[in-house]
Design a protein around this ligand. Structure first.
Ligand code: 0L1
Ligand code: MG
Length: 255
């Protein structure tokens, strides 16, 4: 098993490094859900061995609509590293991406190491802040097409993130209107309550899944809660802007 997962993790790492799409790894070798998480971990370990630092986790399929669309019954999760970060109002270098899309999310900053499951009532006490965020998803697969196992192996498409100003942990994020668009035109709109009813529930699920798969959650890590709207395409020259009401605006330029 080890040899197979290693081989597929290198294919995905090369696709990400070279910004060149690959065929779905599940068409090269049959893989189970468990193996897809091993491939993800091995692929991220290749990045860490090159000096990247793990900065947090991203949650995916945290809206009922997206789960139903994919025919799955659980969320998925991936890993964030420091080289994925794009500054608010900064530049996104498109040479590093294949066919990127942007989706508005909520981010949490962990206040402490977390070693056991939490309830939604306990979630606030686990964070030192929360912020508006944009995740850049960029499937390493041709035509953004994949099976569930493929997308998990591919770090759940995660390839970039922008984080806004941190707000107090008790900021109400249960009902925040959110829009995202390009060049002054809104392309998708939604509400934070599309994220599992309340984005804090996504933190609860992130803790559950990280414990299940043996991924440590440490003080200072960022957790991306999942998308509040569908993802929009990012094209050369675009200014991508997302509005999060009282949480503020985020933007970046794609060059
Ligand atoms: O919600 C997500 O971030 C899911 C990402 C994986 C699926 C996709 O690439 O759309
Ligand atoms: Mg996302």
């Amino acid at each position: 098993m080890e040899k197979k997962t290693k081989k597929l993790s290198i294919i995905l790492d090369n696709a990400a490094r070279d910004s060149k799409p690959t065929i779905q790894v599940s068409t090269i070798e049959k893989i189970s859900l468990n193996e897809s998480y091993i491939i993800q971990a091995e692929s991220i370990n290749l990045r860490l061995a090159r000096g990247e630092k793990l900065t947090g986790l991203k949650m995916g399929f945290t809206s009922k609509a997206k789960m139903e669309q994919m025919g799955v019954h659980d969320m998925i999760w991936g890993r964030l590293t420091n080289t994925m970060e794009i500054q608010d109002k900064g530049i996104m270098n498109l040479d590093k991406f294949i066919h990127p899309r942007a989706e508005p999310e909520i981010a949490f900053l962990l206040k402490k190491n977390i070693n056991s499951t939490i309830t939604i009532e306990e979630a606030e006490s686990c964070i030192s802040g929360l912020a508006s965020a944009i995740e850049i998803i960029d499937s390493r697969y041709k035509n953004f097409k994949f099976s569930l196992e493929d997308v998990i192996a591919d770090n759940c498409s995660s390839s970039g993130y922008v984080i806004g100003e941190w707000h107090a942990p008790n900021t109400d994020i249960s009902n925040v209107g959110i829009t995202i668009g390009a060049n002054g035109k809104i392309e998708a709109s939604g509400n934070s309550n599309a994220i599992l009813g309340n984005p804090l529930q996504s933190l609860v699920e992130a803790v559950r899944l990280s414990l299940k798969y043996g991924q440590e959650l440490k003080k200072g890590m960022i957790i991306l809660a999942g998308a509040a709207t569908s993802a929009i395409a990012i094209n050369p020259g675009d200014t991508i802007e997302a509005n999060f009401g009282s949480l503020g605006n985020l933007s970046f330029n794609a060059k």
